[in-house]
Write a protein that binds this ligand. Structure first.
Ligand SMILES: C[S@@+](CC[C@H](N)C(=O)[O-])C[C@H]1O[C@@H](n2cnc3c(N)ncnc32)[C@H](O)[C@@H]1O
Ligand SMILES: [Zn+2]
Length: 387
């Protein structure tokens, strides 16, 4: 974590009655390195809440700002144990952490956001582009085999749709806004491996990404700030050669401004100062939440008056969540896109732009591509919530 990020952070501890503590935090550094003038990377240390006395660790540069630290460490052991020495795990949780580490599932689980393969698929989606790749027939691109016949279908899909996903749409919207307004202060919720920052960088003044996955945040910080991370940047090729057999080079950026960072936090108990952002983005995350109706409220509270929220999703709801959501909706709303837009409107957003279907592609291996059709919209914070 950068020392300059401290002012954006607040204590996420849930109090009785479930409200958050939200006090400013105090930084304790154990190991730090200089990044720029007055900017330091805290590799090891903690954040302390003077009000409720809770301590939050900073592990290999990653600030872990969650309400229930024990449960976080145990359920994210896969991503953490790859990167953090056992002696750095807070003493009171070390024994249980070691037990959980010994039980780690080695096979990949598609939804496990600490798994190497899942993060590799997101790395490709966030950082690899089809534009600028060699023309057909002049050497293999990242989606083509090193030996054997390339798939004409996958080649066509990647060339035609890979670069037209939600990131491209947002770049389009924000670059247009940037022509007439000051550079924006941005918060991204559920940011994953952090590639959206790279796309928005020319148009914004600051960026803070928050995600629940330790592995994703560590990778995002490495690629966006140039701080160390133990990941290998390998992606799927032919699965005969293993799940991640191909090295790719993703340029690592450095940033000395102290205006860009990524932290671990939970959307159910966000560790952030409210009311300071011009733009709050949450991509493909609302359908992972137990209470999706909270996301527009969270974005609303993080934004300044007149601030902009962007939301996108393929709406792959769990039935239990969909069932609860149906109960909230007016009787004439039957589809997910209208339902989520309605939630944002009720929360006080005026929808400014809307695209019903944007392609979002995942490269699973040389013979498999996954296509999601994503709904995306942008709304302006224009009044207080009705719900
Ligand atoms: C489907 S991925 C999308 C990642 C990225 N926004 C994108 O569009 O490529 C959803 C992300 O939300 C994060 N996430 C899900 N629930 C969360 C929660 N309650 N708190 C914080 N992050 C969460 C996951 O770790 C994951 O990185
Ligand atoms: Zn507190």
């Amino acid at each position: 974590m950068l020392n300059t990020t401290l002012s954006s952070l607040r204590c996420p501890r849930r109090k009785k009655g479930r409200s958050r503590c939200l006090s400013p935090l105090k930084l304790h550094c154990k190991i730090q390195t200089r990044v720029g003038s007055e900017v330091f990377e805290i590799r090891s240390g903690s954040l302390e809440c003077p009000s409720c006395t809770t301590h939050y660790p900073i592990l290999e540069g990653v600030a872990v700002l969650v309400d229930d630290l024990r449960s976080y460490l145990l359920s994210h052991v896969k991503g953490i144990s790859k990167r953090v020495k056992i002696d750095d795990i807070p003493k009171e949780y070390r024994r249980e952490f070691l037990e959980a580490r010994d039980e780690i599932e080695s096979e990949h689980i598609e939804e496990d956001l600490e798994a190497e393969r899942v993060n590799a698929l997101y790395l490709m989606n966030h950082f690899l582009r089809a534009k600028g790749a060699p023309a057909t027939g002049s050497g293999p691109s990242w989606w083509q085999p090193l030996s054997g016949e390339p798939s004409p279908w996958i080649d066509a899909w990647v060339r035609n749709y890979w670069d037209c996903g939600p990131f491209a749409k947002i770049e389009d919207w924000i670059s247009t806004k940037a022509k007439t307004q000051n550079p924006m202060q941005v918060i991204e919720l559920g940011c994953g491996v952090g590639g959206l920052y790279r796309q928005l960088k020319p148009f914004i003044s600051s960026y803070l990404g928050v995600d629940g996955s330790f592995a994703s945040i560590s990778m995002a910080r490495h690629l966006g700030l140039g701080v160390p991370d133990r990941s290998s940047f390998r992606v799927p090729g032919d699965l005969l050669q293993g799940p991640l057999s191909r090295e790719v080079s993703i340029p690592v950026e450095t940033n000395t401004s102290g205006q860009v960072d990524w932290i671990v936090g939970d959307l159910d108990s966000l560790p952030l100062r409210e009311g300071g952002a011009d733009l709050c983005i949450a991509l493909n995350t609302i359908d992972m939440l137990d209470s999706p109706q909270e996301l527009p409220k969270i974005q609303h509270s993080l934004l300044k008056e007149g601030g902009i929220a962007i939301q996108s999703c393929p709406y792959i709801w769990h039935e239990a969540v969909a069932k609860k959501l149906r109960k909230l909706l007016p009787k004439d709303i039957h589809d997910s896109a209208r339902a989520v837009k309605w939630l944002y409107e009720q929360t006080g957003f005026k929808i400014e732009a809307n695209e019903e279907h944007v392609p979002w592609l995942f490269f699973k291996h040389l013979r498999q591509i996954e296509l999601y059709s994503v709904h995306i919209f942008m709304g302006k914070k224009s009044r207080s919530p009705n719900i």
